[in-house]
Write a protein that binds this ligand. Structure first.
Ligand code: ADE
Length: 264
């Protein structure tokens, strides 16, 4: 029997040949429309009305060609009842899963905003390349389940990318709240994270399930250990910081163009 598309993809990951093929399909997973729109414009992508997704979901897909790359940007879209972006880990994981199945990306990029720790050197507008992820709100105080809850994992190593673009590199901690309880804070510090978001570790988990290399880029909108209330600072800086994220993301895509994952 001829190997199925899935069998072939898995064996290419195992024997390392996938990492040595030029990257042609990049999938961006972006939680908020405000974060996605500048990149949709930059790469001149168009919204795809014939969805590759199940009927009825709010998920949105933009696609097109930029240089030699096929680029898809997927967003979870707006909550059907409340009209706000479907942020958080549940939507991010579902969307990443469905997009991998439908689009078979060579590389995933999760680009978005994050809160940063001033004490760890983060400033508003910094854009970080994430080296490691973990969760900070999955507390399961039973041996081994505790480690499963934290779900720490290393991201795909991209030393050349980091060096060439002089990117700041840090660890990310993910949870489903914008604010931070004292328990979350202790966990984020235990995770040694400089930035905190609401999707990254979920996207990384799904990418890892299917062995798709993933890169996380996080731009700091608010300082978690600063003086201002988080929600206020986040909303105040969202537009300007998104444009910093847009610039770095474009540089990253330009760097990736013509390369294999193994070259990153
Ligand atoms: N995204 C932007 N700021 C954030 C924060 N403080 N926590 C989680 N996600 C964020």
């Amino acid at each position: 029997m001829a190997p199925s598309h899935d069998d072939k993809a898995v064996s290419e990951v195992r024997d390392g040949s996938a990492a040595k093929r030029p990257i042609s399909n990049i999938l961006f997973v972006i939680a908020m429309q405000t974060e996605a729109s500048p990149l949709v414009e930059k790469f001149q992508l168009t919204e795809q009305p014939d969805s590759v997704f199940p009927e009825g979901v709010s998920w949105v897909r933009y696609s097109g060609k930029y240089n030699d790359l096929n680029i898809d940007i997927v967003c979870p879209g707006k909550d059907k009842t409340l009209g706000v972006d479907c942020v958080g880990t549940v939507s991010a994981a579902l969307l990443t899963y469905a997009s991998i199945q439908a689009l078979r990306p060579d590389l995933i990029i999760n680009a978005g905003t994050a809160g940063g720790f001033k004490a760890k050197g983060a400033s508003i507008g910094d854009v970080f390349l994430v080296s490691d992820v973990a969760f900070h709100d999955r507390r399961i105080p039973i041996p081994v389940f505790d480690l499963y809850g934290v779900g720490a994992r290393e991201m795909y190593s991209t030393p050349n990318l980091a060096k060439e673009l002089s990117l700041k590199v840090c660890k990310l901690s993910t949870g489903d709240s914008l604010d931070m309880t004292p328990e979350d804070e202790a966990s984020i510090l235990a995770n040694n994270a400089t930035v905190k978001d609401m999707e990254g570790a979920a996207v990384a988990y799904v990418a890892d399930l299917f062995k798709v290399p993933a890169i996380l880029l996080k731009a700091v909108t608010d300082l978690i250990d600063g003086e201002k209330p988080t929600a206020e600072e986040f909303l105040q800086n969202l537009a300007s910081v998104t444009s910093a994220l847009d610039q770095t993301t474009t540089q990253v895509v330009d760097f990736i163009s013509g390369k294999c994952c193994a070259d990153l």
